[in-house]
Every structure is written in C-alpha cells, then in structure tokens.
Design a protein. Sequence first.
Length: 335
Amino acid sequence: MPVHDLSEGRAVLARVTEVARSALARYPLSDEAEVTLISVSENATFRVDDPATGERAVLRVHRLGYHTDDAIRSELVWLSAVRDQEGVTTPRVLPATDGEPLVRVPDPDGGPARTCVMFEFLPGTEPPQDRLVEEFERLGEVTARMHRHARAWRRPASFTRFHWDYDAALGATSRWGRWRDGVGVTGEAARLLSRLDRELRARLAGYGTGPERYGLIHADLRLANLLVDGRDLGVIDFDDCGFGWYMYDLAAAVSFIEHDPRVPELIDAWARGYRTVLELPAEDEAEAWTFIMFRRLLLVAWVGSHQGADIARTLGAAYTDGTCELAERYLSGGF
C-alpha cells in the first residue's frame, strides 16, 4: 500500500497549501484569490475565494500514489456524465486557463509534483440529523439513478478505476492498509475481527460479482459527501469511485454512524427510495449488514493508516471497540 503522505504531519500540509496557492495562477482568477483548507482525508481539499469577483470554488490537491492522472480523468468523466445524462446534482469541473481539467503543480521543496482539480462550489449542507430517515429515502433514489447510469453507460476506452472487492479492501492488496494494523487491534479484538473477516470473505464469495450486483459505484456516499439544498440532494467527492458491489453504496452511507439505533430504519428508507427507480431483490437487501460490516472493517484499516485526518485521530481505538461490538452482534445473527 502506498504511504499516505498527508498523514506525515504539519510540514507536508504546509507544502500542500503552497501547492494549492500556486495552482490558483493556472485558473482564471484574480491575484486576490486565496485558499482555505477545508479537510484532509484521502486528499487535501481547499475552499477558493476570489474577493475581486465574489466567486467561490473547491480545489482538490491529490495525495501521492493513490490515483494515476488517467484514473482521475476517468473519475471526472463519470462525475460529469452522471450529471448530464442522469440529472444527478454533482459539481462541475472547472478547467484551467489552458482548458485542461487537471493541473500539475511542483512541490515547493522539490518533491514529486501534485495533481490538482478545481470544482464548482455547490450550495447545501450535510443532511440534518433530525431528517436522516427522509434524506436516506431520497439518497436511495439518487443512488439507484447512479447505478442505472453505470449499468447502461458506455465507458470510454481509456476509462480506468480501481476495484473495491474483498482483496482490495481487506485482502492481499488492502488499499487502505491492513485492518490488523488498526488502532487498538490487539488480543481478543484481533481474534474477533479475524472471525468477522473470515465470515465476510465467505459471504461475499457466495454473493458473487455478477453484473446485476457488481459494477461502477460512488463508494463513499457518507453524509459528509451529500449536500441538501431544498428539495435537491447533491453528491460530491467521487475520488473513491470504482468497481464494487452496488450494495456497498448503502454501507458507505452509514459510515461512522453504524451504531445509531436508527440504522435499520435508514436501511428501509434507502431501499424504498431505491425501488422507485430500480428493482432491489430481497436477497440483496438481506445482505445489507454484510456490506455494512465489510465497510466498517475497512474503516478500521483506514483509521489506522490515516492518522493525519482529524476524524481518524478522533475515532482512534474507540472505533475498533465499537466494531467489535457490532461484529459480535453480526456473527451471532443479531442483525
């Protein structure tokens, strides 16, 4: 697994911020434009404000070693296609002055150049907690529209994205690191999560990867990547999009809130919304918790390998402990 360089401390974030500032010169912005760091997760995301025009945008500075430029271009192609052809609200890609969607910016200390992408700033806020059930029903409908598009879309010959199958998530390649290296994964916790891992591997192998169950997905539809704007639900951050199980998009939606007692109700609401657009066989819905636990174990690995992200540091060993509680219930048939 490539080292997540944005987890290496403040020095790298200072350099990445300089990269973001330098990138602004490549776009049709005034000299007054400035950047503000919004978040560090897989990449570093900045808000761009141009006081001269009052315009606002979002600049993403990519971490090193995660995606090739061809893979980033493929992400942007699908993000645009699902908006233009299916009507899903996604941010438009704002090209540089030379018309290119990607900008390569040198590291100020002579390190590898970084790829940057500018997006329009979409209005809206994260789904409010007191309306989660209603928003999950709407999310189910939006997710089904994205899946419908993915199934019918003729991808360009150059299209390339990674997979979120068992090997890529928990197995041999472990894209976000090994869950065994997660925070607090020792002793009984390690033994319990090993049992969970084996069960998930068997269940997913039995479930299969037929085209009706596995295809191009967003793969990170958690609340932070959804924007409620009146009656519209926008979807941002396609950086993890790739090939995986369609039901994984439901699992990603409950990331970090898996313990919420409303989750069964959220699953039902999502399924209702989904079925307004596409069929959702009962046997697929019955595996919802398999995919939630698959995602949860993957996030244990993510927390361990992304300690530069605020949410990962905050969650720490408590997230592993909570995963063990959920694993006990799942393995005993409690879901």
